[in-house]
Design a protein around this ligand. Structure first.
Ligand SMILES: NC(=O)c1ccc[n+]([C@@H]2O[C@H](COP(=O)([O-])OP(=O)(O)OC[C@H]3O[C@@H](n4cnc5c(N)ncnc54)[C@H](O)[C@@H]3O)[C@@H](O)[C@H]2O)c1
Length: 364
């Protein structure tokens, strides 16, 4: 069931969480905090050193990374909670990146048919994307996010201070979603963002993410509010992801170092914009500007021309596809998108070849 979730951002979020946590022992029978090893080390002290925290809160921990989004973790966490006397009036606080939010949201929404939970997202990706929109879930073996629920947390408290301990690769990866959200919104917002972050150094050196995160989170939140169960508009959030996921899977099959999700999405945005110029009337000059911008921030993803058919095969696994046809989200102009566009394999092949030609110009 959808419930109204309040998203607290900016300087007000710490005050809002302080009030929430003070009240929590009166409202909830027990309090659990789910972390991963990194967020327990880097983020939990940021809270407990500055805020009053109930001593009785039970800390749960999983290993960092995607592997923790599993049934094994769920069973362990449900059991630990049961062992500590959790009941339907308990609260789960999820303190972590997208993995902890997706996993914790799923564990809470299924434990005794659903207990209250809140998110304190700690990575840039989780603050602008994963924590927002009520999708919880775990992987089924290699099948990503195959089992899950649509369940909204009671509240989302976004502290951008957490981002200061985030590894730069993770920060940049989340920044790809920030760029995507700007494109989903308007040309003005995209140029404002690109002006604020003209190069990679400006992303690395940013110490105050409040305004950027709050705007980006708001863009996603508005889309989700209009279409919670992803029947139509919400699909635009997949822009860049059909090709991006295929690049991610391809790198996993072939490389020793898997391509970070956001890096794959950034390259996916470029390919899907090439398609958008051909099929949706996206202005070519605007496309050139965005692709130059993306290539100034993210490394080019190289592959051989004879691997294109494998990449297209991987695109066939996308959840948006229907009856064996590849369905894409294409951009007509910033803020104006087409969903469910059937794209032929030959067309995609042409665009991937065009993408590779750009790579020749960007060879390090
Ligand atoms: N539910 C949704 O709508 C949605 C949307 C997008 C992505 N996701 C999911 O999100 C997950 C990816 O999220 P992610 O990129 O945050 O990955 P993550 O949760 O694995 O975090 C990335 C790494 O950063 C570490 N970390 C997080 N915050 C930190 C901090 N403040 N300081 C130091 N280290 C920190 C983590 O321990 C981890 O090692 C994927 O599983 C994806 O499927 C979900």
């Amino acid at each position: 069931m959808q419930q109204a979730t309040h998203i607290f951002t900016g300087s007000g979020s710490i005050k809002a969480f302080e009030a929430f946590i003070r009240e929590a022992p009166n409202k909830y029978s027990s309090i659990f905090i789910l972390t991963d090893t990194n967020t327990r080390k880097h983020c939990l002290p940021v809270l407990s050193n500055t805020l009053w925290f109930p001593e009785s809160a039970v800390i749960l921990e999983v290993a960092p990374g995607e592997k923790s989004k599993s049934f094994f973790s769920c069973t362990r966490l449900w059991s630990e909670m049961a062992m500590h006397g959790a009941d339907r009036q308990s609260l789960l606080i999820c303190l972590g990146g997208g993995v902890v939010c997706d996993l914790g949201g799923f564990v809470a929404s299924t434990f005794q048919r659903g207990i209250n939970f809140v998110y304190l997202p700690t990575s840039l990706l989780a603050q602008v994307d994963a924590a927002i929109g009520g999708k919880t879930g775990v992987n089924l073996g290699n099948l990503k996010n195959y089992v899950g629920t649509f369940s909204e947390p009671r509240a989302i408290f976004i502290f951008t201070k957490f981002l200061l301990s985030l590894h730069f690769e993770e920060l940049l990866s989340g920044f790809a979603e920030v760029i995507k959200h700007a494109l989903l919104s308007s040309e003005k917002i995209f140029y404002k963002l690109a002006g604020r972050f003209p190069d990679i150094q400006s992303v690395r050196e940013c110490r105050n993410w409040d305004a950027v995160v709050s705007q980006s989170a708001n863009i996603k939140s508005k889309v989700v509010k209009a279409d919670f169960h992803e029947k139509g508009l919400r699909k635009i959030l997949n822009f860049g992801h059909t090709v991006g996921h295929a690049f991610e899977s391809h790198s996993l099959e072939n490389g020793s170092h898997p391509l970070p999700h956001g890096y794959a999405v950034a390259m996916g945005l470029i390919v899907e914009m090439i398609l958008s110029v051909r099929r949706a009337g996206l202005d070519e000059q605007f496309y050139n500007k965005i692709s130059d911008y993306l290539l100034s921030l993210f490394p080019f993803y190289f592959f051989e021309p004879d691997e294109i058919s494998e990449i297209i095969r991987l695109m066939g696994f996308d959840k948006k596809n229907q009856s064996g046809e590849i369905k894409m989200v294409l951009m007509q102009s910033p803020g104006d998108f087409l969903t469910n566009v059937t794209c032929l394999k030959q067309e995609i092949e042409f665009c991937l070849n065009q993408y590779l030609e750009m790579g020749e110009r960007h060879t390090p």
